[in-house]
Design a protein around this ligand. Structure first.
Ligand code: GRF
Length: 185
């Protein structure tokens, strides 16, 4: 059975594009949703004839926003969700309704550097390696079980931007392969 995946984005959506580009027997992408109606990734998804949903929580509040999002995802047939640069915290209630069916990609080797500015923090700490992690989403920020990781060496003279660019290449490899394996079980 091919699993039906919904993807949540807030911006350019390069990880979303990698997931779409590597869909196959394990999963198909049935909807791309965003809290940012102007997100570049939404326009790309529309061009691929993928169903999209866009709604800003501004003015309606988080509960109404999430209720509408949840309804749209289910309406589109999504059974699982992948967060791909989705920059908003999901409520405990939303996470509970999709328990064990949401994954995220985070640009660090979790449990190191949860939250923001991961590459700057890794360089600042003098780490030899950085990387990215795919993990289950729970109520704890970047805290769910890690399903897969990829390492990227930190080089002399690295800046957060240079490192982020190299890690992103690995994100695009890691995310589709981990999601495919997760949804094949
Ligand atoms: C990536 O670095 C990802 O790890 C993080 O947000 C960024 C999203 O980039 N969660 P994109 O929108 O997928 O291009």
């Amino acid at each position: 059975m091919t699993a039906k995946l919904g993807i949540l984005i807030s911006g350019r959506g390069s990880n979303m594009q990698a997931l779409v580009g590597n869909a196959g027997a394990a999963y198909e992408v049935v909807v791309v949703a965003s809290d940012q109606p102007a997100a570049a990734g939404l326009a790309w998804a529309r061009e691929q004839d993928i169903a999209t949903f866009a709604l800003s929580p501004k003015g309606i509040g988080k509960a109404a926003y999430e209720a509408a999002l949840d309804g749209a995802l289910r309406e589109a047939g999504a059974e699982y969700l992948a967060l791909a640069g989705y920059m908003r915290l999901l409520s405990d209630d939303f996470v509970g309704r999709w328990r064990d069916r949401i994954v995220n990609i985070h640009p660090s080797l979790l449990p190191k550097y949860k939250g923001l500015d991961t590459h700057a923090r890794a360089i600042e700490a003098g780490d030899a390696v950085a990387g990215c992690s795919v993990h289950l989403v729970t109520e704890e920020l970047d805290g769910g079980a890690v399903l897969g990781q990829a390492e990227v060496p930190i080089e002399a003279g690295d800046t957060p931007d240079l490192l982020a660019t190299r890690v992103l290449v690995e994100e695009h490899r890691l995310y589709p392969s981990v999601v495919a394996k997760w949804l094949s079980q």
